[in-house]
Design a protein around this ligand. Structure first.
Ligand SMILES: NC(=O)c1ccc[n+]([C@@H]2O[C@H](COP(=O)([O-])OP(=O)(O)OC[C@H]3O[C@@H](n4cnc5c(N)ncnc54)[C@H](OP(=O)(O)O)[C@@H]3O)[C@@H](O)[C@H]2O)c1
Length: 266
């Protein structure tokens, strides 16, 4: 049953997979929804089901977020609609193809969606959150953000951007009432794999999570106000140690003289 009214969540890539599960779960938590993706029929079917199940208001926006005009319209909605309290930057595409065997135009289109659209939508939403003293951004990254050798390198690079961008946003916004979460899913059973050219049946057994489990775990992390949530990593202390080492090292990264190991041989 819906809890108290939570405002409106705008979810990109809501027509399938993780985005569709986020839509369901957030409506059940009391959010009205704005669902964004290209496939209008799927959005309509999902909106009908959610409205029926939860009585929350659901608006759909069919938009290709790689298209500048369509993206600008969604940005404008985020700027104008003061009811928006949560942005879920979920739309993304990926592939497993080796870098130099990948079509550069396809790589650029991936960056347009995974990086540029996510960045522009965040810039559109966050000033309103700051002005209202409340709001949250959930950015869907991937475990490949910290394991770029695993799939296609441009995909890994785009997700590393999402992680670093989220960490920086959190650093700048935590004291302004704006919550930021980067979610790093491992392999999850969605259309992502088929669309990226590697059917999910080809993945090893025991590494693929359901979309429902992934989103429910990520929302538990959100409720705990985690900055980084990796639902499939059982040994959470490994992330904490990795992050602690990075933060410690970051204090030492600039120096006025080169490290002794780079001393010029005479
Ligand atoms: N599945 C995994 O194993 C996995 C692991 C780590 C991270 N992720 C990330 O999770 C996110 C969601 O992916 P998913 O697994 O749920 O896959 P999915 O089912 O293929 O969902 C991708 C969503 O993005 C939308 N989309 C794709 N291109 C778009 C565009 N140009 N403009 C607007 N919307 C677009 C799709 O809808 P339309 O086709 O209707 O536009 C769809 O709703 C992605 O960012 C992905 O990188 C997935």
């Amino acid at each position: 049953m819906p809890q108290t009214h939570q405002g409106t969540a705008l979810i990109t890539g809501a027509s399938s997979g993780l985005g569709a599960v986020y839509a369901d779960r957030l409506a059940r938590r009391g959010y009205d929804l704005i669902l964004v993706a290209r496939n209008r029929d799927r959005l309509i079917a999902l909106a009908d089901r959610i409205t029926n199940d939860t009585r929350q208001s659901v608006e759909i926006v069919d938009a290709d977020l790689r298209d500048g005009v369509a993206l600008a319209a969604v940005e404008e909605k985020l700027k104008q609609d003061a009811s928006v309290t949560l942005l879920v930057n979920n739309a993304g595409v990926g592939t497993h193809t080796p870098l130099l065997e990948s079509d550069i135009d396809a790589m650029t289109r991936m960056i347009d969606l995974n990086v540029t659209a996510l960045t522009r939508l965040t810039y559109a939403a966050v000033p309103g959150f700051i002005a209202r003293g409340t709001g949250a951004v959930i950015n869907i990254s991937s475990i490949v953000a910290i394991s770029p050798e695993t799939l296609n390198g441009v995909y890994g690079g785009s997700k590393a951007f999402v992680l670093a961008f989220s960490q920086s946003l959190h650093h700048e916004l935590a004291d302004k009432g704006v919550q930021v979460q980067a979610v790093l899913p491992g392999a999850t059973a969605t259309d992502f794999w088929q669309s990226g050219g590697l059917p999910i049946e080809h993945l090893p057994e025991g590494i693929v999570m359901s979309a429902s489990d992934m989103v429910d775990a990520a929302l538990t992390g959100f409720d705990r106000r985690e900055l980084v949530t990796i639902p499939s990593l059982h040994a959470g202390e490994k992330w904490e140690a990795y992050e602690a080492a990075r933060r410690t090292m970051s204090r030492d990264l600039s120096n006025d003289v080169p490290a002794p190991r780079y001393a010029t041989a005479l």
